[in-house]
Design a protein. Structure first.
Ligand SMILES: [Zn+2]
Ligand SMILES: [Zn+2]
Ligand SMILES: [Zn+2]
Length: 466
């Protein structure tokens, strides 16, 4: 390798070019890095590999770019420490690098475990050493959501940008950063990608091969028809096909009340056109009303955030994701069920199961995220009504099994019917465009089961029609 090392004042500097090559261990021993190149992709890859490194001795290194100006919306602006175009700029390197070094001595060395703690600590370390006060989004055509947060995004691949948003949500939930609204964006409800192609499509056949024309209403004779009925091949004048009079002034003798659309594919005519968004990442085509809305914020450090840079992060104990508690794994479920079988029951206990048979249709219609959330919601409904002694298990393909204890007083003559299936169907129908969820429901008396495992296997077999 033929990279150059030299001194600027007391500073040891390494200069990297496209020809010189470099290794991160060479960089670790230097005080600053200069990248000289006119190849934006090369500069980008060097900067990202330095900033993506796990050791602060590397990822905090001052980086300067010589003889290159990145595009306005390049992630580089958020990741480098300055530009060199002449001798004066070289002098500035020494002061800036020393300053970054001195500030880096204040940083707390440890990171607590947590989904995104390393990523957020790195971003905050970069902010503190550079005296940057906010995590600001930039418009970034390389990002699949269209935005990057350079100090955070650098820890992820470009197609992982939705994870950047999760990391920021996590930091916000931990009270380290505080959001200031910048923009609302819409993301694919299947992959959370933000590069979407919007089209107006025919409501009947979903083709985008459509055209619209004005409807014209002729006041004197009350005729309404598409504007082509009023046109002629000779000149621009309009005349009424019903009464043959010429049309003069819009608003006086005629108006254009709406637009009539035609589909060239299925030849239908309609007034309301659908708008669909096709995801350039996963190709899912979604009605725009089902896209996920997401706020893009600029984030400020909170007091807790500033403290955690210097004194270490103290994370709260609440789980990182919103999870439903009291849902058992299938193993635990069987163990609990086995205990119940061995115990003499005062109550009548039922083993219930339901399976959503068209969950895949639901997911195709509304996306993978909505599929997760409907499973969560159904679990909430079930949990809300079972007794504290009951328990529930489920899987991601829409199969739920739970126990249901009927206390003696419930066994009276006017027992209310168990309408769980209807209630879930109604919930889905009301919230998801009248989607008709097909649900298979089975219940068995606990007293009829031989053992827990066979009971669970049996109910699954019945639910899946095997
Ligand atoms: Zn997608
Ligand atoms: Zn059509
Ligand atoms: Zn007319």
């Amino acid at each position: 390798m033929s990279f150059q090392t030299f001194r600027i004042g007391q500073l040891f500097v390494i200069k990297i070019t496209a020809q010189s090559g470099y290794s991160l261990s060479n960089i670790m021993g230097q005080d600053a890095v200069i990248i000289e190149s006119n190849d934006g992709n090369f500069i980008r890859s060097v900067v990202i590999s330095i900033r993506r490194h796990h050791q602060p001795e590397v990822y905090l290194k001052p980086i300067f770019i010589q003889n290159f100006t990145p595009k306005k919306n390049s992630i580089l602006h958020g990741l480098i420490d300055g530009f060199i175009f002449g001798e004066d700029d070289v002098k500035g390197i020494e002061e800036k690098s020393k300053d970054i070094f001195i500030r880096s001595l204040d940083l707390h060395p440890h990171t607590p475990p947590g989904d995104y703690s390393k990523v957020i600590k790195k971003a905050m370390d970069l902010m503190y050493t550079r005296q940057v006060r906010t995590l600001k989004p930039i418009l970034d055509p390389y990002s699949i959501i269209g935005y990057s947060f350079p100090q955070v995004s650098v820890s992820f691949e470009q197609h992982e940008e939705p994870e950047v948003l999760n990391a920021l949500d996590w930091a916000e939930m931990e009270g380290l950063i505080w959001p200031d609204f910048e923009e609302k964006i819409y993301l694919c409800n299947n992959c959370a990608g933000g590069l979407l192609s919007f089209r107006e499509v025919c409501p009947h056949c979903k083709s985008s091969n459509t055209y619209g024309e004005d409807l014209v209403h002729h006041f004197p004779c009350a005729y309404i028809g598409p504007i082509t009925d009023f046109q002629n091949n000779v000149n621009d004048t309009l005349s009424c096909p019903k009464c043959n009079k010429s049309l003069h002034h819009i608003g006086v003798d005629y108006d254009k009340p709406s637009v009539l659309n035609h589909c060239n594919t299925c030849d239908s005519r309609f007034q309301d056109i659908y708008v669909k968004a096709k995801c350039l990442n996963c190709e899912t085509d979604t009605d725009v009303q089902y896209l996920q809305a997401r706020d893009i914020n600029t984030y400020k450090l909170t007091k807790k955030g500033r403290q955690s840079i210097l004194q270490g992060m103290e994370l709260s104990n609440h789980p990182n994701k919103i999870e439903i508690t009291d849902i058992q794994s299938e193993e635990t479920f069987e163990t609990l069920l086995q205990f119940d079988l061995l115990r003499k029951q005062d109550d009548r206990v039922l083993l219930c199961g339901l399976n959503i048979e068209n969950l895949n249709d639901f997911a195709t219609h509304f996306g993978g995220f909505k599929k997760q959330s409907i499973i969560k919601e159904i679990a909430q409904v079930l949990k809300g009504e079972i007794s504290p002694l009951d328990y529930l298990t489920l899987n991601s393909s829409g199969l739920f099994i739970w126990t249901r204890r009927l206390a003696k007083e419930d066994l009276s003559e006017q027992q209310t019917p168990y309408d769980i299936v209807e209630r879930i169907q109604q919930l889905v129908n009301e919230n998801f465009d009248q989607f008709n969820m097909k649900i298979k429901f089975i219940e068995k008396e606990l007293s009829e089961l031989k053992n827990a495992h066979e009971g669970v296997v049996d109910i699954k077999r019945l639910l899946l029609n095997e």
